[in-house]
Write a protein that binds this ligand. Sequence first.
Ligand code: ASP
Length: 426
Amino acid sequence: MNSNTSKRENAAKAMPLWLKILIGMIAGIAVGATFGPSAEVVKPIGTLFISAIKMLIVPLIFCSLIVGVTSMKDTAKMGRIGLKSILFYLGTTAIAITIGLGLGIFFEPGAGLNMVASVANEAKSAPSLLDTLVGLIPKNPIGALAAGNILQIIVFALGLGIALNLVGEKAQPVIKVFEGFAEAMYKMTELVMKFAPYGVFALMAWVSGKYGLDVLLPLIKVIGLVYFGSILHVLFLGGGLVGLFGRLNPKRFYKGIIEAQVIAFTTTSSSGTLPASIKCATQNLGVSRSISSFVLPMGATINMDGTALYQGVLALFVAQAFGIDLSTADYLTIIATATLASIGTAGVPGAGLIMLSLVLTTVGLPMEGIAIVAGIDRILDMARTTVNVTGDLMVTLLIGKSEGELDLAVFNQEETANTEYRGEVV
Ligand code: ASP
């Protein structure tokens, strides 16, 4: 091996993971744009990556949450963190949808389309708030784990963690087992994430090959607006809250979460991004594991800023395309419906489209609107999932800070690639 090759290899080894993932994404776009739909041949590599991260979700959340609770001991503190998270999550979601509505009113993405509605279709069902609340407790915890029902898993893990604490001495061996298991899951996440640049490359090649300009151009205004709104939300609300509320440097925040953002962008699933989000929160941002493993899974399920923003833009797009005027009451209904629907809708690909059908029917907008945008849903889903995950991480960082569970030395470090945060709290 000559010295140039070894120098290049060393440089590749030293390159931080987020940069490799970003390069994978850009290379994927280039390959998709060059080869068009035939770039689909590489999709199995992406599918393999998605399956690998999905494989981690249930055991990772379950074990790390139990360890989080058993290391916290203080149940009042847990209740306070839970309540704070929910308030933060719902508050930012409501702001996001208001931004979406504002952009829709101002830029009129559907103006001039002159569509005519035929019969109103039936809405696809999104779970009602009551159903979600009643369904929080799993009748069969093994069933919840097998089905990957995140809210039910959270409830069971919290209950089991509290019970283990109450049992005391006799439960110590069980706690140790979960601690060992959780460590193994963190390690496994790191191993799977090493594969991320290739998975991201394949997914991007497939998506950009599939959606050529001819598919995108007619809807370019609505796509542009959703992306513009997403960037606004991430930069101003996310950065603003981190800077003003958390008194932390937003640049460090963005640098620490870029891995999770790219994974969210390419997989369009905030649940699927959870292992990467937990890794970013603990290793790059310095939030304690107990906070990360509690607040992030909850966020992946109930916090959907990007999806909410999209609902706002799309509701107005459909109203304008079909020439229907919305009243102030309609706007308020849209804000309330989208915020509440986000609680019960899991962070999986395409969930936002189902929520949109719910929002449209509640204010009497034609369901044909869905058909117009369904074909390009993935493109919009990429933006909204990235915003969703950014929101989850932002709230986790702020809660970590406010609870004194943020390691500022980790948050402020220059290079985050090779450090490992072990969960100790300053
Ligand atoms: N895919 C999004 C997510 O996982 C949900 C949506 O479809 O809006 O967060």
